[in-house]
Design a protein around this ligand. Structure first.
Ligand SMILES: Nc1ncnc2c1ncn2[C@@H]1O[C@H](COP(=O)(O)OP(=O)(O)OP(=O)(O)O)[C@@H](O)[C@H]1O
Length: 735
């Protein structure tokens, strides 16, 4: 079993699937790729009062209850009530399985209101329900037992079956399959294959690669094992009957199947993500209270975030906020086009579900226009990190050029045309000699000139790339600002409404959106420059090749050699130069990235401190007895901070070490005598560390203030102690 499952990774392949109605990608270059959207209508026992009428394989009529004429919606496919699980699999997932085997990433996600049939499609019919102790403790029931050998089995089992069938029947059988299965319940990620505490989401430094730390990724060669793992995972899934659905899934379940295949060119990796989303719901309809209501709020919030992403993507926005929920962060790759994606929107046909059905149809309609560019095929072994890779390519191109010229110089070529004739001629006159020399000089100048021009264009290209990278990071920074303020204002990602432009947050938001749009404009401009430069470079390169080809016609072998040697030297020098330049640019980009990462980490740290401060106030004001465990944690926190400065003297006094606050030069600059261990709670300083004084707050404004009232005059002795410690320390630092 491999731990620390990587939820997503970029990979590619080399084949296309013809069955998708509108173009899944082919190899060779980035392709226009559209999210495939299908709708499945769940069967209904009610025969009248239906709001859906499937009129063809691609469209349906929706009746809004007589308010207006039935509206027609069209999708890539519409499955009617009687369509089988097999048909749904063949139309939606089977083509993706073939792509995954060829090294592409693909995703299927089931969307729809509660009770509309998502779990039925993904897993199959629910057989029975049991209660797991671990989950009951959390207040929810876990169970989803499906029959894997059933005609009704869902897409997950079918996909696993087909993947293994293909591998077993392939001539060299050199593929390896691994799976991971997780659920997001109340914004917490749980491993369904190895249930335990919540897992953390991690991002790489560019926010591109999302990983779930500690998630089990199980590699196996046995299809039975995979199916039984899936069934085991389903049993651990959080479910609960609601008024709307007896077996309602209260979590989003995400299954990832990875196939790695060894090929002569390297190891190809394809991933299939199968996602069963929790149902969107209305509290009134589900009659939820307490925990169920809270679950519903989390479900709706993450689905709203997903809806926002779909809206932004379908509107062609360059920047899409995936950060609002764990679900969207995990689905980022599937939605943003690094993956072939099929969305199966589920609807209930009964008139009483009219509103939910309409919402789903509208979402699906929007998703229908999401179009992105699918990434080229990439092998696992390749280094994909831009810009280093890009520069490396440039340098190796130049070095190849040098090798080519060298071999050209060393190869004895038959003299052709004018050169052979010239050699056969008797001794040349001075006039002829001069003419030849002039000709040669001219040719040499032309070649060097073309080469210099090429280098100039290459450098321009490098600069454009580097600037584009900088713009991407700037955009990322603006996103952080927007996220920050919208989080403070309790809003999801959106452009600000006109009526709240007065507040500080709204102004900051407006500025950030303004910056973003300027960045977008600049990005477009630079992309055009890049494109133009690439064209010019290609023309220039062709001109150079043409001049080189003229060489044998014009001059004798020795002179050719001299020229070619010169060219080699120039190329070598340029390669070295580009290499140095590349290193410098890559280092700069890395520094900027780290800077951004630091800012993000700092904001997160300070938010955590805010939360701790608020809780501390509650503990102190409420005179709450501190549990041993928490007391110990506070102790650890202090030791952690002062690990480098605790002296044997302080530790023998059994006092907790002093608190480091911003403004003190180093953790060691405040002496332990300032620390009064009377309060078990160390004061948390909310001042900005000097390194960040010019950091995020300049753009983002002050931290989110704790929503608790200020300490009152009737504060407890413990509180007063805490306050006085801080005052003493500040005074000490000022002196
Ligand atoms: N195509 C279908 N054929 C037969 N029964 C179906 C079909 N789709 C759904 N059902 C039945 O409808 C009920 C609700 O379906 P299901 O639990 O899959 O909904 P859901 O969208 O996953 O709901 P939730 O979001 O609350 O988990 C189940 O009893 C299921 O077996």
């Amino acid at each position: 079993m491999a731990q620390n499952g990587c939820w997503s990774s970029s990979s590619g392949g080399s084949s296309s699937s013809a069955t998708q109605s509108r173009g899944l990608a082919t190899a060779g270059g980035p392709q226009e790729e559209r999210l495939v959207v299908v709708v499945r209508v769940r069967p209904s026992a009610e025969t009248n009062d239906h709001c859906i009428d499937v009129i063809s394989e691609k469209s349906l009529l929706f009746d809004d209850g007589g308010k207006s004429r039935p509206r027609q919606y069209s999708y890539d496919y519409v499955f009617k009530e009687t369509d089988t699980q097999e048909k749904v699999y063949k139309k939606t997932t089977a083509p993706l399985v073939r792509d995954v085997l060829n090294g592409y990433n693909a995703a299927v996600f089931a969307y729809g209101a509660t009770g509309s049939g998502k779990t039925h499609t993904m897993l199959g019919p629910c057989r029975k329900k049991t209660t797991s102790t671990a989950n009951s403790e959390r207040g929810a029931t876990a169970a989803y037992d499906v029959d894997a050998n059933n005609n009704e089995s869902g897409l997950m089992v079918r996909a696993i079956e087909e993947i293994f069938h293909n591998i077993e029947n392939s001539p060299n059988n050199s593929s390896k399959v691994s799976i991971s299965y997780l659920e997001i319940y109340n914004e917490l990620i749980r491993d369904l294959l190895n249930p335990g505490g919540p897992l953390e989401l991690r991002e790489d430094h560019r926010g591109q690669r999302i990983t779930v730390a500690g998630l089990s990724e199980i590699t196996t060669t046995s299809r039975q094992e995979v199916v039984s793992l899936l069934l085991k995972g389903n049993k651990a899934r959080t479910m609960e009957p609601t008024a709307a659905n007896q077996t309602s899934s209260r979590s989003h379940a995400l299954l990832s199947i990875t196939v790695q295949t060894k090929t002569p060119l390297g190891t190809k990796q394809g991933r299939l993500f199968l996602t069963d989303l929790a149902g969107s719901e209305r509290a009134k309809k589900t009659k939820n209270r307490g925990k169920r209501l809270q679950e519903g709020a989390h479900i709706n919030r993450s689905l709203l975030a997903l809806g926002n992403c779909i809206n932004a993507l379908s509107g062609g926005a360059r920047y899409v906020n995936y950060r609002d929920s764990k679900l969207t962060r995990l689905l980022k790759e599937a939605l943003s086009g690094k993956c072939k994606t099929v969305m199966i929107a589920h609807v209930a046909p009964e008139g009483k579900h009219r509103d939910e059905t309409k919402n789903t149809l509208v979402y699906a309609d929007r998703a229908n226009s999401i179009s992105t560019r699918l990434q080229n095929s990439v092998y696992l072994d390749e280094v994909k990190d831009f810009p280093t890779k890009h520069y490396q390519n440039l340098v190796s191109e130049l070095r190849e050029e040098v090798t080519r010229l060298r071999s050209k110089m060393l190869t004895e070529r038959p003299r052709s045309g004018a050169a052979a004739a010239a050699a056969a001629q008797p001794a040349r006159t001075t006039e002829e000699d001069d003419k030849r020399k002039t000709e040669l000089r001219y040719l040499r100048e032309q070649i060097v000139l073309t080469f210099k021009q090429q280098m100039k264009l290459r450098r321009k290209l490098l600069e454009a790339e580097s600037h584009l990278l900088g713009l991407e990071l700037d955009a990322e920074r603006q996103h952080m600002i927007i996220s920050h303020w919208q989080g403070r204002m309790g809003k999801l990602y959106d452009t600000p409404a006109d009526d709240d432009i007065e507040s500080e947050g709204a102004i900051a938001l407006k500025n950030a959106w303004g910056e973003l749009s300027a960045i977008e404009k600049e990005t477009r401009r630079y992309k055009e420059i890049r494109e133009r430069t690439e064209q010019e470079l290609e023309m220039c390169r062709q001109k150079g090749v043409q001049l080189e080809d003229e060489l044998p016609e014009r001059i004798t072998s020795d002179e050719e050699r001299e020229l070619l040697a010169l060219l080699c030297r120039v190329h070598e020098l340029e390669a070295d130069k580009v290499s140095l330049q590349a290193e410098r640019l890559a280092r700069q980009a890395e520094l900027r990235r780290r800077d951004l990462q630091l800012l993000r980490a700092e904001r997160q740290r300070r938010l955590c401190e805010d939360i701790i401060s608020s809780q501390r106030r509650l503990i102190e004001e409420g005179n709450v007895e501190l549990p041993d465990e928490l007391r110990e944690l506070y102790g650890l926190y202090q030791q952690e901070i002062h690990a480098g400065v605790v002296t044997p003297a302080t530790s023998s006094e059994r006092k907790l070490p002093p608190i480091y606050t911003a403004g003190s030069e180093s953790p060691g600059s405040s002496s332990s005598s300032e620390w009064s261990p009377g309060s078990p709670l160390p004061p948390i300083d909310s001042q900005i560390p000097s390194a960040f004084q010019d950091g995020p707050d300049r753009h983002m404004g002050p931290l989110v203030n704790p929503r608790l009232p200020k300490l009152s005059a009737t504060a407890t002795p413990a509180t007063r102690r805490g306050t006085s410690i801080r005052l003493v320390k500040h005074t000490a630092n000022n002196t």
